[in-house]
Design a protein around this ligand. Structure first.
Ligand code: F6P
Length: 343
């Protein structure tokens, strides 16, 4: 039987296990294929560290958060033993005919390079940020929005009791999708996203007008938002070698500034990795399962160099190149549409 190896790479995301389960169940049942999992992202592939995956090991997995395979932000070309020649040897020794890489843009870029270097590989797009342009939604996003919305609901009652302004920082380095959707769902008075700078004056004007109506202001801010007056000093490079800004903490910068300017007592909450943990929502379980099953078809048809993607209600196929286009950020018109009701 043909044998395929699955890996999960980059930040984890609710729904990864449902993808693995969907691929294994369909691949085994419909095509008689066998599956293994590479442990801890690309490291498992480079070092041949695998675990068996079959109908019984994936049982009950669709509601489990995280990834049973483990993940890392390690790249297939960066380790001393990395690179296509070694990976080809590992695959040959383990009798593996192709690789399924589940990950975000970094994973898709690495997968494309491996594909160009002659490795049989397909991909599944993953990010809670929902910023991959080639797919309408990524699993994990809906769960993150649910968690952030619940956080807003909870912050509102304590904020109201103390008549405070509450600032909630959610994830989203480059795209404000989680902030936008949870902010709308939770009825936030102000939503701040990386795509759209707002001045402290404007933010304080909204906060003051909410307070003037006797309400407790609720501000949702994406971690990648920057006040025009914030400098590079607020961002540092990632410690993991990925040359990416770590902007977490903007909520804690913003809260004292709001308090100082408006005189309204203000508290910040950084939601952090809580929005990536725990059980996936039903929507994400369904999307992830469908993507996993579609991936089983993709490897059966030797669709190397391609990824699955959601378009409308359909699971389509796209090339790695298409997946690596521009990031999907929040369009100005979508933001402006909701901005008119801020304050
Ligand atoms: O890309 C997903 C994401 O959760 C971002 O929203 C966030 O900026 C980043 O990962 C956090 O990365 P890490 O888990 O490595 O701290």
């Amino acid at each position: 039987a043909k044998r395929f190896g699955i890996l999960t790479s980059g930040g984890d995301c609710p729904g990864l296990n449902a993808v693995i389960r969907g691929a294994v169940l369909k691949g085994e049942t419909v095509y008689g294929h066998e599956f293994v999992g590479f442990k801890d992202g690309w490291a498992g592939l480079v070092y041949g560290d695998i675990m068996e995956l079959n109908r019984s090991t994936v049982r009950g997995l669709s509601h489990e958060g995280g990834t049973i395979l483990g993940t890392s932000r390690f790249g297939p070309y960066t380790e001393p033993d990395g690179g296509p020649d070694n990976i080809k040897k590992v695959l040959k020794n383990l009798g593996i005919d192709g690789v399924i890489a589940i990950g975000g843009d970094g994973t898709a870029a690495a997968s494309k390079r491996l594909f160009d270097d002659g490795i049989n590989i397909v991909g599944v797009p993953k990010t809670i940020d929902n910023d991959i342009d080639a797919t309408d939604y990524t699993f994990g996003f809906n769960t993150a929005v649910e968690i952030a919305t619940e956080a807003i609901d909870r912050l509102r009652t304590t904020g109201n009791s103390h008549k405070r302004c509450m600032v909630l920082e959610v994830m989203g380095r480059h795209a404000g999708w989680i902030a936008l959707h949870s902010g709308i769902a939770g009825g936030a008075h102000v939503i701040l996203i990386p795509e759209n700078p707002e001045s402290l004056d404007q933010i304080c004007a909204w906060v003051t007008s909410v307070k003037a109506r006797g309400r407790s202001p609720m501000v949702v801010v994406a971690e990648g938002f920057k006040l025009p007056e914030m400098t590079e000093a607020y961002s540092t490079k990632g410690l993991d070698g990925f040359n990416r800004p770590r902007l977490g903490g903007v909520g804690e910068v913003l809260a004292p500034l709001i308090e100082e300017r408006t005189g309204i007592e203000t508290r910040a909450t950084v939601l952090g990795h809580i929005q990536r943990g725990g059980v996936p929502s039903a929507y994400d379980r369904v999307l992830a399962t469908r993507m996993g099953m579609a991936t089983a078809d993709l490897v059966a048809e030797k669709g190397w160099g391609q990824m699955v993607a959601l378009h409308g209600t359909r699971i389509d196929r796209i090339t790695f190149d298409e997946a690596l286009g521009e990031l999907k950020t929040v369009p100005q018109d979508q933001y402006q549409e909701i901005r008119v009701i801020f304050g």
